[in-house]
Design a protein. Structure first.
Lengths: 234, 257
């Protein structure tokens, strides 16, 4: 069943065409990656899907109300003087969730030890994890993640991947943007490659690599590090 | 939807913001100082040596100053209602816009009225405490005490709505301060200038702080032309207009910003 779709979407800013006839469909319960370099139009797609901008032409569909979506964007929207817990309590109250859920999510993102710490005193990576916690707090039907691991170290990023997979397994549709090819390969069920506002390729990461004869095995230092340290999120 | 969440959030943000919190104490404190520390003998010290000034003139001057002290205290209350609250309210909302918090709140389903009341009630609550303090300092008793608090709260609501409208129209806190301060100066200081200039008083007659000052004057025993009900009606009309503008702009900008 289709959860998110775009059909022939175009968008320009001041004569500069950012999206040009973008079309794709995302199935329910799928991790779908939007892959491309900076300026390719990834964030614009998320902004259109989350109704921040209106498209110039074309149609889109998201099978969720606004309050059934989870958002993790470039600007975190956190209240700096409040603690991690207090920031989440705002949304716990809005979505009428039990406190146990908030505590559980803080544990899931590895921030239970910092729950009373003011956001202004968090590292960039910790802030990013808190934003993810806020995005998944209400178990959204559709989760939009704009470069979710861009400020994270590989170990923390790995923990976030696990969390995203778990959400997918619980039925959420995850729509993420990244310019990290490895992340897209390891995490996404399907990806689209975006270049200058146009989709240039679509499919499962391994299918795309095979199609283009780009399957290779690289030494994986990150796995060695995890094996040696048993590293997790904390 | 979301009123309770915004109320709780704003209470925490308010308490953790001493720069804002102190304004709700400093204005009544200055009013108290005006009342209890003003030394009219010191103010007129040396004037007896000016040629042509008589002892009777100085005595009358001192008595007039002393008689006008309650008016100076209520003027301080009017300045508080106008000048302090507009930038505070605009700043809170502009901060939520600048840091994109408003977008997350809107996406989560927080309605404009819930957001406005959630933030406004926290500001109004602390302003109520300041208003009660002003009424005590002004030594109003019985019905006058509560009429003054009621008039203050009508002025406070006017400033909250005006501040909220300025806040929602701006892009960031810097912009909100730049826009709200001159407006707050006019709204807050206007009634003071109006006391000395009939044209200004006439120009400000539909501004809520001018009406607040007229109510305070009448409670201080000064004869005013405007009946109390009319002053309250004008103040509440101001509240309604600013509130309507806020709701329209929030709906347009909530998600976009």
């Amino acid at each position: 069943m289709i959860s998110v779709s775009m059909k022939n979407i175009s968008k320009s800013f001041g004569g500069n065409k950012v999206l040009d006839g973008v079309t794709f469909e995302v199935n329910e319960g799928e991790i779908y990656g939007l892959l491309g370099p900076s300026g390719a139009g990834k964030t614009t797609i998320i902004n259109i899907l989350s109704k921040r901008f209106a498209q110039d032409s074309g149609d889109f569909f998201v099978k969720a109300q606004n309050n059934e979506m989870g958002l993790m964007l470039e600007h975190d929207g956190l209240w700096g003087s409040l603690s991690c817990l207090d920031n989440l309590i705002v949304f716990e109250d809005i979505h009428k969730l039990p406190r146990e859920r908030t505590i559980e999510v803080l544990e899931n993102v590895g921030l239970s030890g910092a729950k009373k710490k003011a956001v202004d005193n968090l590292s960039k990576g910790m802030r990013q994890r808190l934003v993810l916690a806020r995005a998944i707090l209400h178990r959204p039907k559709v989760l939009f993640l704009d470069e979710p691991t861009s400020a994270l170290d590989p170990l923390t990023a790995r923990g976030i991947y696990e969390l995203i997979r778990k959400l997918r397994d619980l039925g959420s549709t995850v729509f993420l943007t990244t310019h990290n090819m490895e992340e897209a390969t390891n995490l996404c069920d399907r990806v689209v490659l975006l270049h200058c506002g146009k989709i240039i390729e679509e499919g499962a990461p391994h299918e795309i690599c095979e199609r283009h004869g780009a399957v290779k095995t690289l030494p994986d230092l990150e796995s060695v590090f995890v094996k040696l340290t048993g590293g997790g999120l904390e | 939807m979301g009123f309770k969440a915004i109320l709780k959030k704003q209470l925490k943000v308010f308490i953790k913001n001493p720069g804002v919190f102190v304004q709700f104490i400093i204005y009544p404190a200055i009013a108290w100082m005006i009342l209890f520390f003003m030394d009219f003998d010191a103010m007129t010290g040396g004037m007896e040596y000016i040629e042509g000034i008589t002892y009777e003139f100085l005595e009358t001057f001192r008595q007039n100053m002393a008689a006008n002290t309650p008016n100076m205290v209520t003027m301080q209350a009017t300045i508080f209602a106008g000048m302090a609250l507009i930038p505070v309210m605009a700043g809170f909302i502009a901060e939520d816009i600048e840091k994109k918090s408003l977008r997350f709140l809107t996406m989560a389903g927080v309605k404009p009225a819930a957001y406005l009341f959630g933030i406004g009630i926290v500001v109004a609550f602390f302003a109520l405490l300041s208003s009660v303090a002003f009424s005590f300092i002004s030594e109003f008793n019985g019905v006058d005490f509560w009429v003054f608090v009621g008039a203050m709260m009508s002025g406070v609501l006017g400033s909250i709505m005006l501040g909220a409208t300025i806040g929602i129209l701006t892009k960031n806190q810097q912009n909100a301060t730049a826009l709200s301060m001159p407006i707050a100066m006019v709204v807050g200081m206007g009634p003071l200038i109006a006391q000395f200039n009939g044209t200004v008083a006439n120009a400000l007659r539909f501004v809520y702080t001018q009406q607040l000052n007229i109510v305070a004057d009448s409670l201080n025993g000064i004869i005013t032309e405007t009946p109390l009900w009319q002053s309250f009606a004008i103040m509440w009309a101001n509240v309604a207009v600013f509130g309507a503008v806020f709701i329209v702009v929030y709906k347009k900008k909530g998600i976009k910003e």
